[in-house]
Design a binder for this molecule. Structure first.
Ligand code: ADP
Ligand code: ASP
Ligand code: MG
Length: 417
């Protein structure tokens, strides 16, 4: 007997029929004698709809009330799955975040889990009950419902797995694992049997939305054995209940990966915007003067490029922010025009960041040069570059996104044979 947390995403619970299918996956594990807790997302598209209603009510609104509205999607699916399980004879009960409780900080709309009390869940395991938990939500220090940011049910699942010391956390979704790149963009993408925590962290933070970044961080810190697998396969097909080797992708320590490739995957993030400040004074404190106020305004600055100044007097500073934050960022910069002393601001939205990821890069030279050559051959212009030990990120014009992803995927030999 083992303890398993199973998480089902929006497309897996998109309607009552699919919820019944999910119940069959759960029943399979229960019948095998395992202790099971389930985490569910809202029905596909529901959270978007709820978010749009809050915006319609008022473009700028109270984040606590946003949370009250958007957390409701998961309440519905947790109840429906509990009903479906009960109908199949499985002893099940739904749980909202506050009932466990999943305690979060006060950052409504993008809260972080600070503590989960696993005691009551473990007690229910002892009574043979399946807990069906509403993902994406917890309760803040103000005793109000708080949500974990988009895609947050993944994080709920991994955090619960850590809290109850589960043997495994299975993230069921609409693809059968983590691929070398988004299979919707590149049909030649290959499913990875394993991927390291570090690489998955980069893939997720650089745009692969298959797992929320925070869930990978938690899995890494608490060493949660996490699989990404499909809910669309027949729940009773051979091998589906294989405990040691379930179908899907295992996220694991680097040491567990036998055949290490130089490049593991390609990720992309749409909707980046670029801001350039022309002829900024070249003196100590200028970067702090620009990026301090942007950080205070909650704007995530990503790639930063500062030119070498020509005569030691002034320089150009270019950086990227999410397109959605562009207007806010420009307003912050405009407010500080006098203290910063720049000549002009230029900006452009709708750009894309493509990234090449792989821990094998640490010990290989020339990986970046290969990317630049391949993109140049396709006539794709590079606007900015950043690198780390295990990734290269390249900013390009929006319309070239798919071509760039496919080009890089093929040049590093990731295409399916
Ligand atoms: P869920 O609703 O189950 O949480 P998401 O839509 O959040 O599902 O994540 C699954 C989607 O992630 C897939 O449909 C796929 O298009 C996308 N995706 C992006 N990059 C990758 C990748 N490298 N491997 C697998 N899926 C990816
Ligand atoms: N329903 C939430 C969202 O769409 C959480 C999740 O699906 O993980 O962001
Ligand atoms: Mg998701």
């Amino acid at each position: 007997m083992a303890r398993i947390v199973m998480k089902f995403g929006g497309t897996s619970v998109a309607d009552v029929d699919r919820i019944r299918n999910v119940a069959r996956h759960v029943k399979r594990e229960v019948d095998a004698g395992h202790e099971v807790a389930v985490v569910v997302s809202a029905m596909a598209g529901k959270t978007n709809e709820l978010v749009s209603w809050t915006r319609e009510a008022a473009p700028m609104h109270d984040a606590r009330e946003y949370d009250t509205v958007v957390a409701s999607g998961e309440q519905v699916t947790s109840g429906l799955l509990a009903i479906a399980l009960q109908t199949m004879g499985v002893h099940a009960r739904s749980w909202q975040g506050w009932q466990i409780p999943v305690r979060t900080d006060n950052a409504h709309g993008a809260a972080r889990i600070v503590d989960i009390d696993g005691a009551r869940l473990i007690e229910r395991f002892g009574q043979g009950q399946v807990a069906v938990i509403a993902g994406f939500q917890g309760v803040g220090p103000d005793n109000r419902v708080a949500t974990l940011g988009r895609g947050g049910s993944d994080t709920s699942a991994v955090a619960i797995a850590a809290a109850v010391k589960a043997d495994r956390c299975d993230i069921y979704t609409d693809v059968d694992g983590v691929y070398t790149t988004d299979p919707r963009i590149e049909p030649k993408a290959r499913r990875l049997a394993r991927i390291s925590f570090e690489e998955m962290l980069e893939m997720a933070s650089l745009g692969a939305k298959v797992l929320q970044v925070r869930s990978v961080e938690l899995a890494m810190v608490h060493n949660v054995r996490t699989f990404v697998r499909s809910s669309f396969e027949d729940p009773d097909a051979p091998g589906m209940g294989d405990f040691d080797n379930p179908p899907g992708t295992l996220i694991c320590d680097e040491e567990e990966i036998v055949e290490q490739q130089v490049v593991t995957g390609i990720a992309y993030a749409k909707d980046e915007a670029q801001i350039s400040l022309r002829r900024v004074a070249d003196r100590p404190g200028v970067a702090a003067g620009i990026f301090g106020p942007l950080a205070e305004a909650g704007i995530n600055v990503d790639m930063i490029v500062q030119n070498v100044s020509e005569h030691g007097a002034s320089t150009d500073m270019t950086f990227t922010v999410p397109s959605g934050d562009l207007d806010k960022a420009l307003a912050v910069i405009e407010q500080r025009r006098d203290t910063l002393g720049y000549d002009a601001v230029q900006s452009e939205a709708g750009l894309v960041k493509v990234s090449v990821i792989g821990i094998g890069m640490r010990s290989h030279a020339g990986v970046a040069a290969t990317a630049f050559r391949a993109l140049a051959d396709k006539g794709i212009n590079i606007r900015a570059i950043t690198t780390s030990e295990i990734k290269i990120s390249i900013l390009i014009d929006g319309p070239y996104a798919e071509l760039a992803v496919r080009t890089l995927h093929s040049v590093y030999g990731l295409d399916k044979q």
